[in-house]
Design a protein around this ligand. Structure first.
Ligand SMILES: [Zn+2]
Ligand SMILES: [Zn+2]
Length: 471
């Protein structure tokens, strides 16, 4: 039996849980953002100082002339996509690797510093613009983010939690400011990453109470690391917001919900772009539709700069209503298709029964005719003599009996065949109808429920565990 449709499963409280978890992730991101910015800026300055000292360059020497391709050797694992000798990364004469290095002796050295600072030896060079390494520390930070999806992000504010959190995980130097062991698999930042993933990949924008509770605990643990964050104002402000959010006393910024939805929408759009499986693609499209309906409903309610939890509830109730209306319309469509299939089965059944009736009627008529013929033949024989009558009568009776028997047998057989054919035809039609209904329902369900298995971070994690090649 297929699982129930989306609309029957949509629960207001689980949807609100999902929004709360999304807000929790957003506030946690804001809590660690200045921490990450500071560390990366310090790293950028240290790199430049060291490079100048080590190469006898005047202090403050920079370079903005080398692009990323100029400092990455061709081929480089996971970067170069060389097909038939043509590399899509080092694609033209301006984007070739410079074997002699940066003319200002900065960029190739900077690249080596970044490479050595990466925990898994695999900076995301596709994300970054090396010509800005000296001028925008965030371009350096992007080397420590997942390999896709951050190319156009130019500052911390525009970067999502997953990107910022990844910098802490992948930039080795963060260990000096974090008590938890960043090299172990289930450290507090890895657990934080799981929370973000759970929000982005919830197929129905829902979250169970127990999960929400666990995720809030994970985010609070992340913000409570004693070495640095537990005494950091931004981290502690974020922690307070998480507590208020849990207690339903938080005042929510006007754009917060939109930010949560936009982040998820972006992840979904990436997934749609890269997903090959059509069914999974459809499921993601449905999710995107749900996000945009929610966004529109929340926007309608939002008139002030801030929202109380009760206003948020009102906005979300309205969103749920809209979602239900929307899913009811799709449900109706599936229902009407099921009705058509049912009707078709009914018609087939009716046809089968009337065919049986016709066959039976014909059979009965044949018996009647046979009997009449036998009787009239008997009458003729009787006229020719008593003995003959007797003999004929015997013959006639037995003949009549044989004919009647044959007739009855024939009718029985015909009825049996017809019935079998009718029943098996009915069975086939019914099964086809049922399969059709079930397939329609499953298809609709799959659209909503198919979850994303090979997501971006999974790929990233695989990459991380994969071979590490220095260049
Ligand atoms: Zn350069
Ligand atoms: Zn190349």
């Amino acid at each position: 039996m297929a699982t129930p449709m989306y609309s029957s499963k949509l629960s207001g409280s689980k949807f609100k849980n999902w929004i709360k978890a999304g807000l929790g992730v957003l506030y946690t991101k804001e809590g660690i953002e200045p921490f990450v910015c500071d560390e990366i800026e310090q790293f950028q300055q240290k790199c430049l100082n060291d490079i100048c000292i080590n190469n006898g360059l005047p202090a403050g020497t920079t370079c903005s002339g080398c692009c990323t391709e100029n400092v990455i050797v061709c081929p480089t694992n996971r970067i170069c996509n060389a097909k038939r000798g043509k590399c899509s990364f080092h694609r033209n004469s301006a984007t070739q690797y410079l074997p002699s290095g940066c003319p200002n002796k900065i960029c190739h050295n900077f690249k080596n510093e970044i490479q050595n600072a990466h925990r898994f030896c695999g900076p995301s060079y596709k994300n970054t613009d090396a010509s800005q390494w000296c001028s925008n520390a965030w371009e350096v930070a992007k080397c420590f983010m997942p390999p896709d999806g951050y190319k156009d992000v130019t500052n911390a504010a525009k970067t999502d939690f997953n990107g910022i959190n990844s910098v802490i995980i992948n930039f080795k130097a963060f260990q000096s400011k974090v008590k938890d062991d960043l090299s172990k698999k289930f450290n507090i930042f890895e657990q934080g990453r799981e929370v973000g993933r759970a929000v982005r990949h919830s197929p129905q924008l829902e979250m169970e109470d127990t999960d929400l509770h666990k995720y809030f605990t994970d985010l609070q643990n992340l913000l409570s690391d004693p070495t640095y964050l537990s005494a950091n104002t931004d981290a502690q402000n974020a922690k307070t917001k998480l507590l208020q959010l849990q207690n339903d006393t938080l005042i929510i910024g006007k754009d917060d919900i939109r930010n949560v939805l936009d982040d998820v929408a972006k992840a979904v759009q990436d997934k749609i772009r890269t997903e090959i499986d059509e069914q999974k693609k459809e499921a993601e499209k449905t999710k995107l539709e749900l996000i945009s309906i929610t966004n529109a409903s929340v926007k309608r309610i939002e008139s002030q700069e801030i929202l109380s939890i009760s206003q948020l509830d009102k906005a979300l109730d309205s969103a749920i209503n809209d979602l239900e209306k929307h899913t009811k319309a799709s449900l109706k469509k599936v229902q009407s298709e099921a009705d058509i299939a049912k009707k078709q089965i009914g018609e087939c059944a009716d046809k089968g029964v009337s065919k049986l009736n016709v066959e039976a009627d014909t059979g009965v008529k044949q018996i009647e005719i046979s009997a009449d013929k036998g009787v009239s033949k008997l009458k003729v024989e009787a006229d020719t003599g008593v003995k003959q009558i007797e003999i004929s009568a015997d013959k006639g009776v037995s003949k009549l009996k044989v004919e009647a028997d044959t007739g009855v047998k024939q009718i029985e057989k015909q009825i049996e065949i017809s019935a079998d054919k009718g029943v098996s035809k009915l069975k086939v039609e019914a099964e086809a109808g049922a399969t059709k209904i079930s397939a329609k329902a499953d298809e609709a369900l799959k659209k909503i429920e198919e979850s994303t298995t090979a997501n971006k971070e999974d790929k990233y994690n695989k990459l991380k565990e994969g071979k590490c090649i220095f260049v």
